[in-house]
Every structure is written in structure tokens, then in C-alpha cells.
Write a protein that binds this ligand. Structure first.
Ligand SMILES: [Zn+2]
Length: 328
């Protein structure tokens, strides 16, 4: 194998990086046509499934693209670091931020309903917390209620938060982020003390200096509620589990209709798409599996201000569309 040479050249000269490189004559491929490059299938492509006509290169060399010394653009190098981080991610990676308790619950799912012996006052605290999980709002409401009835044993914000996590198994993971929302300190940014884009410092400098560097208080935090514990919670009670039978019943009806008529009378759900039908036929998806759809798009938040963010949602296809889409 000729390490890096050929693909390295393509990576910096001929390849359309798909990031922010403008289209230019340098995108023209070996035969002089832009079409030589299958732009939908480049950096992340599986060499085994790559169109053999799109590049005249031996399979396997595609891996060389990932070597840092073949990448000459800083933004592309950073993107590759994030991709590698995602590919190698494990739940117990400490930088992911999941607690030991959350990991234990995820790896050892409960097989029975959790006992929910909760008194009326504790239910009041849970209702207040779930109504608005903001700490400030909870404390304001709690203070007002205690003014009305001083002897009420209404638990503190931290106690109710911990109780809800224990009852449901769901808790947030917290990452530090730039105070101006440029980045989160994850992946290649995890060891930085300042934002690589705007240079704002990560920690509250007053607290840091007054404690001789001991108190590292982030100026901004980003909360993520992982999907795994939410799915476990959904399947923990008969009532909510009964709502997840849609995938099985709909796929039964769909395949019966396909077998009988050869096509569907109505295509009204993502389950009726050929990708999912094929996944069922190939056995990659079983009717008892949990099937999640990941949907992501970039967004420009302000018309006259530079901003770029990515918004994503998970859609649980085991639930009926009437459960996860709301019509106004
Ligand atoms: Zn920043």
C-alpha cells in the first residue's frame, strides 16, 4: 500500500470536502468530469459499498483519509476528530458524563415495576418539578407553598430531582459549554480552558482565583437527557408499554397487504417506506425491536447574525404517529 500519497493529495486538492470549500475547477476528477466524484459517498463511505467507477483506487486506502497528516484544513481535521470520537464512543467513557448509577441501570434493566409508594406531599413536589424543572421556578413555588402552610414537608429541589431520577432512571448528563454558545467542551475540545472560536474562558475566573485554582465552576452548562434511560422508563409500566405495540401491529398489516396486493393502498407513515420494508424483509429489524429514527438539520437562528446550530430529534417508531406528532 502506498501510504497517504494518492488519497492525501485527493483530500486536499481534488476532493469536495462538503464543508465550506467552494466549488472550483479543482473538483474535477480523473476523467475531467465533476461526476467522477460521487459527492454523496466520500469521506464516510464504506469502501466495500463504494461505486468502483467513482475512483480508481484500491479499497482500503480510504482509511488513509482519516490520518491527521493527510488533512490540511483545520476545520476538516477537527470534523474528523469528532467523527472518530463518535465512532469509538462508549457509554462508560467518563467524558460522556453518565453517572455510575445511570450506567448500572442501563446495563441492568429492571424486570419489574418500580415500587411507587409516594405520599401526597411528595407527589406535590414531583408535580411541581415536572411542571417546570427550572431550579429557580421550583424554589419560588416551594417558598410560596411553605408560606401558606409552614409545617408542610415539601422536599428541596435537589431531593426531588434525585427522587425523579431514581423513580424513572432518567437523569441529565451535563457538559460545559462556551458562555457564548460557540462550542461544548467535548471531543477534541474536552481539555481546553477557553473557547477555540471566541477565546472566552471556560470557568468563572473569580471563583477560580479566589480558591487558588481549586473551584472550577463553568460559566455555562449544556444538559442532555440520554435516550436509553427514557426508553427503559417507557417499557417499565404496562400502561406505557401498551402504547408501543404500533410497530408490530402496523408491520403485520403492511406485510399482509403487500403479500396480498403487491403494493400498499396508502403510504401514510415512515414504516411504509421501502427502506424500512426492506429492513424487515432482510431481518435487520424484528417486530419486537425498538426502532429509533434520527432526524437532524442545520439551522440559522438569526436572519442578520452569523449563527449555525444543529437541531436533532429521535422518533420512536414503536409508537403510533399520533403519539409523537402533535397537530395544532
Ligand atoms: Zn466561544
Amino acid at each position: 500500500m502506498q501510504p497517504h500519497s494518492r488519497l492525501g493529495d485527493h483530500a486536499c486538492n481534488d476532493f469536495d470536502t462538503g464543508l465550506d470549500a467552494p466549488q472550483s475547477p479543482s473538483n474535477i476528477g480523473p476523467s475531467g468530469n465533476v461526476e467522477d466524484f460521487d459527492t454523496d459517498n466520500h469521506l464516510l463511505d464504506d469502501p466495500a459499498h463504494r461505486n468502483p467507477n467513482s475512483f480508481d483506487m484500491p479499497p482500503g486506502d480510504i482509511e488513509d483519509l482519516w490520518l491527521q497528516d493527510t488533512i490540511h484544513r483545520d476545520d476538516l481535521r477537527m470534523a474528523v476528530e469528532f467523527m472518530k470520537g463518535l465512532q469509538g464512543a462508549t457509554l462508560d467513557d467518563p467524558s460522556l458524563g453518565m453517572s455510575n448509577g445511570a450506567l448500572h441501570r442501563l446495563w441492568n434493566p429492571p424486570h419489574e415495576q418500580s415500587p411507587r409508594v409516594v405520599d401526597k406531599v411528595t407527589w406535590l413536589a414531583i408535580d411541581l418539578f415536572l411542571g417546570n424543572p427550572s431550579e429557580v421556578t421550583y424554589k419560588t413555588n416551594r417558598r410560596a407553598i411553605l408560606r401558606f402552610q409552614l409545617d408542610l414537608d415539601l422536599i428541596s429541589y435537589y431531593k426531588v430531582k434525585s427522587l425523579v431520577a431514581n423513580l424513572t432512571g432518567i437523569e441529565s448528563v451535563i457538559h460545559h459549554m462556551c458562555v457564548k454558545s460557540c462550542i461544548a467542551y467535548t471531543g477534541p475540545f474536552v481539555d481546553l480552558d477557553a473557547c477555540p472560536l471566541c477565546s472566552e474562558l471556560q470557568y468563572d475566573q473569580f471563583r477560580l482565583e479566589s480558591s487558588s485554582g481549586l473551584e472550577k465552576v463553568p460559566r455555562q452548562e449544556f444538559y442532555t437527557i440520554p435516550i436509553g434511560p427514557q426508553l427503559q422508563a417507557l417499557y417499565q409500566s404496562p400502561e406505557s408499554t401498551s402504547r408501543t405495540h404500533y410497530l408490530r401491529s402496523e408491520s403485520h398489516c403492511m406485510h399482509a397487504e403487500l403479500d396480498h396486493a403487491g403494493s400498499l393502498d396508502q403510504y401514510s407513515d415512515v414504516l411504509h417506506g421501502t427502506d424500512l420494508i426492506k429492513a424487515f424483509e432482510d431481518g435487520r429489524i424484528d417486530e419486537n425491536d425498538i426502532v429509533l429514527m434520527f432526524s437532524i438539520d442545520g439551522a440559522q437562528l438569526y436572519a442578520k447574525k452569523a449563527s449555525a446550530c444543529w437541531i436533532y430529534i429521535w422518533v420512536l417508531l414503536n409508537l403510533s404517529p399520533t403519539e409523537y406528532y402533535k397537530k395544532k
